[in-house]
Design a protein around this ligand. Structure first.
Ligand SMILES: Cc1cc2nc3c(=O)[nH]c(=O)nc-3n(C[C@H](O)[C@H](O)[C@H](O)COP(=O)(O)OP(=O)(O)OC[C@H]3O[C@@H](n4cnc5c(N)ncnc54)[C@H](O)[C@@H]3O)c2cc1C
Length: 384
């Protein structure tokens, strides 16, 4: 008997929902299985906003994928009428030799991306809420901005359903095995067969992908909302850019204009100072000393922001040792399994293009997008 589905997608968060959309748009018979409900806040894709930018300090190899992602933001917005991207402009700030500045500049130059360099005085003049040291500079990118993760996921789920994908929520995969013509996937009450399996597990990667050999670290991260002194108007997206700000001690913070309604103020966070956790053991309580540390840091950079604390929420990063993604056919199951994981705290802006790539890999085994950087074999640990 031939398999019931062409592709089963495990995990309908950021990457899995985009994959289900792209697969079903191409006519594939798709089953999506998700552990929780649609658009939940237990993984890595919640909190109202995610930064997007093109002058990518992490590596210029990401830029072509970003150019495609931007096209797809528009497509998804047009197809569903949902508010996906707000390109309010963005500043990458830091000492001239910081990774944030030198890496952004390298990508901008290599890909000829429109950008401006601002000295400290010009930063203060254009963006009066920002208070850089005299020796800090900024790369300003007009096309940087933010995307709304919950809207993006809801849009992809909506499109996938419209195109005939079957999406099951609150039905986690418990295990899977190869079978004749593909894979067999088990949940508590059902067994399904498909020609191809796609696993987009987010922070559950260490549990679902033990045979990938990649040493993932799952990190607890905190997002903070503060009500600025003097109100939200100076922080409105017409007036305020997104920012990534690296200080002389290599600490990076990032933040957003006020987009969550006047009562919530504006959101800010540390980029990479999380603590190791698992999805089962993560401490969801945000403690007083953590709020104080964020407010203290902001009082130098954006003095008006930490007026009063409004709320905080936790979220998880799934980091690889080099902080680059893993997107590939599974090396141990190259004929039937594709994986997209290890997004290391910077994956959301790529969601629609990752969906396109994973659909390519699942249906044809290859893609025209440049993904050499994301090969899991670069990270595989030697068998014990
Ligand atoms: C605080 C924070 C800030 C961030 N800021 C940015 C930013 O500004 N810009 C940016 O680009 N990126 C940012 N990121 C990173 C980005 O959000 C993530 O890289 C992205 O959301 C990862 O998507 P995902 O699909 O891998 O994970 P998820 O969206 O978490 O999806 C994984 C899904 O798999 C499901 N699942 C797990 N196990 C099973 C199972 N057995 N069966 C079925 N389903 C299962 C889970 O329930 C979940 O829904 C940030 C992340 C955090 C936490």
């Amino acid at each position: 008997m031939s398999p019931t589905y062409d592709v089963i997608v495990i995990g309908l968060g950021g990457m899995g929902s985009a994959t289900a959309h792209h697969l079903s748009a191409r006519g594939a018979r798709v089953l999506g299985l998700e552990k929780f409900g649609p658009v939940h806040n237990r993984g890595s894709s919640h909190g109202g906003s995610r930064i997007t930018r093109q002058s990518y300090f992490e590596d210029p190899a990401y830029v072509p994928l970003l150019l495609r992602a931007y096209e797809l933001y528009d497509e998804v917005e047009r197809a569903t009428g949902r508010d996906i991207a707000t390109l309010c402009g963005g500043v990458m700030i830091g000492p001239p030799d910081s990774l944030t500045i030198s890496g952004s500049l390298r990508s901008a130059r290599q890909w000829d991306l429109p950008h401006e360099m601002l000295d400290a005085r010009e930063i203060r003049r254009r963006f009066p809420t920002l208070n850089p040291h005299d020796d800090e500079v900024a790369l300003y990118e007009r096309k940087a901005g933010l995307i709304r993760p919950e809207n993006m996921i809801a849009a992809h789920l909506q499109l996938a359903t419209r195109q005939g994908a079957e999406l099951h929520f609150d039905e986690p995969m418990t295990r899977w095995e190869p079978c004749k013509d593909g894979v067999r996937v088990h949940t508590a009450d059902n067994t399904y067969t498909a020609g191809q399996l796609v696993i987009c597990p987010g922070a559950w990667a260490p549990q679902l992908l033990t045979d990938l050999g990649v040493p993932f670290t799952i990190e607890r991260q905190i997002m903070y909302w503060f009500q600025p002194t003097g109100g939200v108007q100076p922080f409105a997206p017409e007036n305020h850019p997104i920012y990534v700000w690296e200080d002389a001690d290599d600490v990076q913070i990032y933040g957003f204009p006020a987009i969550d309604g006047p009562e919530l103020g504006a959101k800010v966070a540390f980029f990479r100072n999380g603590t190791e956790c698992t999805p089962e053991t993560i401490d969801r309580t945000v403690h007083e000393h953590e709020i104080q540390a964020m407010a203290d840091h902001m009082s130098r950079c954006i003095p008006a922001l930490p007026g009063s604390f409004v709320k905080a929420a936790t979220c998880m990063y799934s980091s690889t040792p080099d902080e680059h993604f893993v997107i590939a056919r599974h090396p141990a199951h190259p004929d039937s399994v594709t994986v997209a994981c290890g997004f290391s705290g910077h994956g959301f802006k790529f969601v629609p293009v990752v969906g396109e790539i994973v659909a390519d890999l699942a249906l044809t085994g290859t893609t025209d997008h440049p993904i050499d950087l994301f090969d899991p074999r670069r990270l595989a640990t030697a068998p014990a």
